[in-house]
Design a protein around this ligand. Structure first.
Ligand code: AMP
Length: 540
């Protein structure tokens, strides 16, 4: 017997309609690419999103057409999130940090019809434009006065299109399982693979993530997503904030410490979200200029492991609580969040830090398990580690127009991460399966070693990789970027690490470098490092 309840479809437009009715005066703040900060309300944004929906129709865009963006976190990008998906087309957000060949590949693979581009990325677009097969229109996210005059591309102006469009638009009722947005993963090998989110998956993800036990985005939250809207929908924050009417502060192209601090202080931001490298820059800026982040209550860190030293610095210098989060493109992206709860509150400060370094418990909706190499399910005892598998309503079932199904096992998605799960449900990433260091038949976690090394006061950033070794198969090599003006030595670093990690984990060599390579999503590019340092220990 079925329940006798309405099956109203979960549509992205429903989020904006709710905002317009329930918190029309809620605020959106946006740093402009051309300078200055723009402010308006959810009501204004709704009107402009409807104009945009009409403008898309005027350009000949129909439902399910792919509409691409190459854009920063701004109010215009926010309007595209709702105007494109809400009207039934598919928003394809492009990561401008991908290689130009990858960008050209994904625009063609997605068969994008229209591309909305920030001024910053016009040179990038020009470099790939001749290879694009389906693109009919390019719209620059600016007003007439800032339109480029020298480009040879046929460019339309966003503000002009909106001015010419009516704000009368009825958001259509869409099948909640229809596609809403598309994001390509930036793997280190092969072509990027597309993850196609549905209206239902997007709404459920944003809804679950808003909860106080997850990211905690509510009406009294002022949230600054430094996570880009060009990758995995900025962790769903534009949707979550719109649901609740929290103030949404969008940083535009200003990801440096000074620009971020200005917004945080100026708008009294209490929730931050971003990858560790962004926070390194902000913390350094604060340290250098003797500033504190007095309004910030919570900092969500994900994308890569947050080192304990960073968790500690946010707490001890800024009284801000770090919520570690884990996820991936295929998970929309949030899988786990390490929010404060009764259990954590009962621990002393040291134990709390240790617990915060774990990636957290699954958000309601996501199930997790760990398996060994034979596929046996491992126990949740915090010790056993194996491949992390997940399932849930916002986990991908396949890649867009892609044959490879190797990551799916009996209805579960194999994340490619190796993890432990403890009896309280806390998941801890040991490593990416391909980054684990296999030394003499035992495994060494590169993340744990990096985490320990980051505690050294002279280390700004570091990476640990496994490199071939004649006796032990692989041994760890530590690459260190020292802080400005610091000159740590190999002995100092190794002495600092001994006692913090098992003796046989100690890196065989420490190499000091000026910078480390990162992927398009800000992760350490370990594959490149492994190539560069392949021979480093072969003469031992
Ligand atoms: P992406 O699909 O580009 O978002 O990358 C997803 C991958 O990033 C995951 O499979 C993890 O390997 C890594 N990752 C994400 N969040 C964390 C975290 N909090 N700690 C460690 N690794 C993470």
């Amino acid at each position: 017997m079925h329940g006798l309840m309405m099956g109203c479809p979960l549509n992205i437009s429903g989020i904006l309609k709710h905002a317009e009715r329930n918190h029309p005066n809620g605020k959106i703040v946006s740093r402009e690419v051309t300078g200055g900060v723009f402010e308006y309300t959810y009501r204004d944004a709704s009107i402009r999103a409807r104009k945009l929906a009409n403008a898309l129709r005027n350009l000949g865009v129909v439902q399910q057409d792919r509409v691409a963006t190459l854009a920063w976190n701004t109010h215009r990008h926010f309007e595209l999130y709702f105007g494109v998906s809400g009207s039934g087309s598919i928003l394809h957000t492009i990561n401008p940090r991908l290689f130009p060949e990858q960008i050209s590949y994904i625009i063609n693979h997605a068969e994008d019809q229209v591309l909305f581009v920030d001024l910053t990325f016009i040179p990038l677009l020009e470099s790939v434009y001749s290879s694009l097969n389906y693109l009919k229109h390019v719209v620059v996210l600016t007003s007439e006065e800032h339109m480029p005059t020298t480009s040879e591309l046929p460019l339309l102006c966003y503000e002009t299109l909106l001015n010419e469009a009516s704000s009368n638009f009825e958001w259509p009722d869409l099948d909640e399982n229809s596609a809403a947005s598309l994001c390509y993963t930036s793997g280190t090998t092969g072509h990027p693979k597309g993850v196609l989110y549905s209206h239902r998956s997007t709404v459920l993800h944003a809804w679950a993530c808003s909860s106080r036990d997850a990211l905690g985005i509510a009406n009294d939250t002022t949230v600054l997503p430094v996570v880009p809207m060009f990758h995995v929908n900025a962790w769903g924050v534009p949707y979550s904030a719109t649901m609740s009417g929290g103030t949404l502060v969008l940083p535009g192209a200003g990801m440096d410490g000074n620009s971020l601090y200005e917004l945080i202080d100026g708008y009294q931001v209490n929730l931050l979200l971003g990858v560790p490298t962004v926070w390194l820059a902000l913390l350094q800026h604060c340290q250098k200029n003797e500033l504190t982040l007095s309004s910030v209550e919570n900092v969500v860190i994900g994308g890569s492991a947050a080192p304990i030293s960073m968790i500690q610095e946010f707490k001890e210098k800024h009284n801000a609580f770090v919520m570690h989060a884990w996820g991936m493109t295929e998970l929309s992206p949030v899988g786990t969040v390490n929010s404060m709860n009764r259990y954590m509150a009962s621990l002393d400060q040291h134990a709390q830090y240790q617990l915060q370094a774990k990636q957290g418990r699954s958000v309601f909706g996501i199930e997790m398990k760990i398996i060994d190499s034979e596929g046996n399910v491992l126990s949740h005892d915090g010790q056993a580690f194996g491949r992390l598998l997940v399932r849930g309503p916002w986990v991908a079932t396949s890649y867009y127009k892609h044959e490879d199904r190797s990551a799916w096992i009996d209805g579960w998605f194999d994340t490619g991460d190796v993890a432990t799960i403890d009896e309280h449900g806390y998941m801890s990433i040991v490593d990416r399966a391909k980054d684990v260091i296999k030394s003499g038949g035992e495994w060494i976690s590169s993340i744990d070693l990096e985490n320990a090394a980051m505690g050294h006061p002279a280390i700004l950033e570091c990476a640990v990789i496994g490199v071939p070794h004649p006796k032990w198969d692989e041994r760890p090599l530590l690459l260190v970027v020292p802080k400005e003006g610091a000159n740590p030595t190999q002995d100092e670093v190794l002495n600092f690490l001994s006692g913090k990690v098992a003796k046989w984990w100690l890196p065989d060599s420490v190499v000091f470098v000026d910078q480390l390579p990162h992927t398009a999503t800000g992760k350490l590019l370990k594959m490149k490092l492994r190539e560069t340092y392949r021979q480093a220990l072969m003469s031992d």
